[in-house]
Design a protein. Structure first.
Lengths: 455, 317
């Protein structure tokens, strides 16, 4: 099947995600127009991106009071953006901002004030609602509010609407299937190494709904409701009884899921069907360890694609080495490294950076995402140097998707391994060390912790 | 007692109870490690309190005290604005002569930059002023007393903070006992700031880390009107408390820490003194306070502020 036909088939399966072409905005042109985000002529990609970012900048400045006030404080006038080269001047918002929400009723109003545009009518049936209750009320009214897992102890909440969420799912799946070309087909069976996307508002989990539209059938690793409280309890570092019970349940559930995945792979290896394994690397890492322990291996490499995302931390302090992981995948499942790809993205944006099969560099979808690497003073240092990753998301209609992250990256103008023309990120992405906490109480806490730790 | 908020409120009691229970439990199961906090090895630097950099003038008969029986203006636990030492210092700072804003700035500078962080048992604002050192609670208490003495409403802003994940992973990740200990301490090693009521608005004031300490961290020098919560601290939700008084029970916590961990306490005091001195050197090298501050502020990533306004699209039961 040629690539154009491959993408036509994908578009047919994702038709509900694509707005009516007659109503396309510049953002829609940038997301739904290109057949391949990563092979587009750079001039065309720049043009699409500039128009998309420019369109969203004007919208957010006009309709989002929080962002407009922020711009005014920084003495920024959107009229100063006249060409693609000016985009670096657009004020960016730190990802930390999305962790600074209040509780109760104010949380709902905070979401409303971060959102750009008019919300649907939302009714909250509680005097002092929890975060989960607020999100449920928003989403029952047609929004798609989602949150991150909150590894820093605090969730990130993002007020997307369905248009923004569809755009995200479409861009993610199109980017991924492009990199896997020609492996994908709607007859594929897939195992989502994540919670049931219809039973959670955890962003990474909820994204899986698109799988049900582009695959024949979908199995999930965790088929029960996952809310902020479940996530909090599973990540808690303390020793409360509830925390211990939750951790025990989580570890039991994880083991059951691993057993199910191993059985499922066994069945698929017999029936000859094409398969996709999609989800967090640690889950597949456990599956591979289970196979090693049982002395089992399969040869499903000719009909399998593996897509991972979400970071390479296995558990507590254990980090999975990526190359070792791909080697294990090849040895135990027969899947070659070019069919085992990782992606990089985040809850704060719609941009999905997909690894290329040739070199496993993260390719940036520059038709709708303007990438930047910033130094300590917020200047774009461009290619070849490590700095803080930032981006202007031209697809994001729900809130100002002009974001500076806490991720340390190096961007290259071209991939050293493949002929796709756009920029890439090296796969070694780490966290920028955070600001030190200080104050007399904190100083005491650190010293006492260090003392008892035997320094 | 209730009117002046001497009694601890529910969030404070919760923090206190959880903290004490958690520390006692962790200590009981790890006595060996906990003993290390008591040790002061012979080679360890001993803390010497620096000379107080300011004089307290003699109290003169007739010096006016602006405190009165009104919320945020009266004497509360450990805070007697009419203590002669406080009144005399308030007059030196310009009480009833300069504007409220100018006075608050001067009181803030005294508490933040002329007084020094040292871990000592909790005592009155007058005693703290005389000694010139104390924890952030002591320094906050002194600033509150000075402002009330000048007839300016002042209160305490108290909170427990969230851990920053990067630091947690980097420093504590490998040691589960350290994690437990750190988490336990987090319940009740709480931070204090001040709020003063000037020209119809409550203004924040950070008094713990002085300019030198902030400079060693590469931060801008916090001014009156700025809070750490928008910058380097993240409060645990529900723990930010605005109080008229230091509550009963708080001084006991301080004493407990000093009794439990005299070695750690001394090391922290030495450490803070060193950081402050290093920071002041850095500020000097960079051309003084203003030059340093404008340079670091230019590097700061600003954040939008959300004005949580009612929305006609959202209804609550």
């Amino acid at each position: 099947m040629d690539f154009a036909e491959y993408i036509r088939k994908f578009d047919a399966h994702t038709a509900k995600y694509i707005p009516n072409r007659a109503d396309w905005t510049p953002s829609d042109h940038a997301v739904y127009g290109p057949s391949d985000y990563f092979r587009m002529d750079p001039k065309e990609a720049n043009d699409l991106r500039y128009k998309a970012v420019r369109y969203q900048l004007d919208r957010h400045f006009k309709s989002n009071r929080t962002y407009r006030t922020y711009c005014e404080e920084l003495k920024f006038d959107p009229a100063s953006i006249r060409a693609s080269d000016d985009l670096d001047k657009v004020p960016v918002v730190s990802t930390d901002f999305f962790k600074t929400y209040p509780t109760g009723r104010d949380f709902a109003l905070w979401l409303a004030n971060v959102y750009t545009g008019e919300l649907p009518k939302i009714h909250i049936k509680s005097k002092e609602p929890t975060h989960d209750e607020v999100i449920k009320s928003f989403n029952d009214a047609g929004m798609a509010v989602a949150y991150s897992s909150g590894t820093s102890g605090r969730h990130t909440f993002i007020p997307r609407d369905m248009k923004a969420f569809f755009s995200n799912e479409y861009a993610l799946s199109k980017g991924a299937l492009t990199m896997f070309y020609p492996r994908w087909g709607p007859d594929m069976h897939s195992f989502l190494l994540m919670p049931n996307p219809f039973k959670t508002n955890l962003f990474a989990g909820r994204l899986g709904t698109v799988m049900y539209d582009i695959m024949k059938d979908v199995e999930v690793a965790l088929d029960r409701e996952v809310n902020t409280e479940t996530v909090r309890q599973s990540m808690i570092k303390g020793d409360t009884l509830v925390g211990k019970i939750t951790k025990y349940v989580v570890s039991r559930t994880t083991q059951k899921s691993i057993d199910r995945i191993v059985d499922w792979i066994g069945q698929r290896s017999k029936d000859g069907s094409r398969i996709a394994l999609v989800g967090v690397p640690f889950m597949l890492h456990y599956v591979l360890n289970e196979l090693k322990e049982k002395g089992k291996s399969y040869d499903i490499g000719d009909r399998t694609m593996i897509l991972t995302g979400g970071g390479w931390k296995a558990h507590e302090n254990e980090r999975i080495p990526e190359e070792r992981f791909r080697k294990d995948v090849e040895e135990l499942l027969g899947v070659r490294p070019e069919h085992c790809l990782d992606m990089y993205g985040m809850v704060e944006g719609n941009g999905w950076m997909l690894q290329c099969p040739e070199g496993h560099y993260f390719h940036i979808p520059t038709t709708y995402l303007h990438p930047m690497v910033l130094d300590d003073e917020g200047n774009n240092i461009g290619y070849g140097k490590y700095g803080r990753f930032a981006f202007l998301d031209g697809s994001m209609n729900a809130y100002p998707g002009f974001i500076v992250t806490n991720d340390k990256v190096k961007m290259l103008e071209h991939c050293p391994h493949c002929d796709r023309p756009g920029p890439v990120l090296e796969s070694a992405i780490t966290r920028i060390p955070g600001k030190e906490v200080r104050g007399c109480g904190e100083e005491m806490r650190k010293m006492m912790a260090a003392d008892v730790g035997g320094d | 007692m209730k009117r002046h908020e001497f009694l601890p409120n529910t969030p404070f009691i919760k923090l206190l109870t959880k903290g004490v229970a958690s520390v006692l439990k962790t200590s009981a199961f790890h006595l060996g490690e906990v003993k290390k906090m008591r040790v002061r090895p012979p080679e360890q630097e001993r803390y010497r309190r620096p000379a107080r950099p300011y004089d307290i003038p003699e109290y003169q008969e007739g010096m006016r005290c602006g405190a009165r029986d009104e919320k945020y203006l009266s004497a509360t636990l450990y805070c007697d604005p009419c203590d002669p030492r406080i009144v005399a210092m308030a007059h030196k700072l310009g009480a009833f002569q300069v504007t409220d804003l100018e006075f608050a700035k001067r009181a803030h500078d005294l508490a933040k930059n002329q007084m020094i962080v040292e871990y000592v048992p909790f005592d009155t604002a007058g005693d703290t002023l005389e000694r010139g050192t104390g924890t952030c609670f002591h320094l906050a208490n002194t600033m509150v007393a000075l402002c009330r003495a000048a007839g300016i409403k002042a209160r305490y802003k108290v909170f427990a903070m969230n851990m920053i994940a990067v630091w947690y992973d980097k420093m504590l990740g490998a040691d589960s006992f350290m994690q437990k200990w750190y988490d336990s301490l987090g319940y009740f090693l709480i931070e204090a700031e001040v709020q003063v009521f000037v020209d119809g608005d409550w203004m924040d004031a950070v008094v713990g880390p002085d300019d030198g300490w902030q400079a060693t961290m590469g931060d801008s020098l916090s001014k009156l009107g700025e809070t750490s919560l928008e910058d380097w601290f993240e409060a645990i939700p529900g723990t930010v408390m605005l109080r008229e008084s230091i509550p009963y029970g708080l001084p006991i916590l301080g004493r407990l820490m000093i009794t439990l961990a005299p070695g750690s306490v001394e090391r922290v005091s030495c450490n803070v003194k060193r950081m402050s001195q290093d920071g002041y050197k850095l500020i000097e090298e960079m051309g003084g306070r203003e030059a340093y501050d404008s340079m670091t502020r230019a590097k700061r990533v600003k954040r939008p502020m959300v004005n949580v306004e009612k929305s006609s699209r959202i209804t609550f039961d």
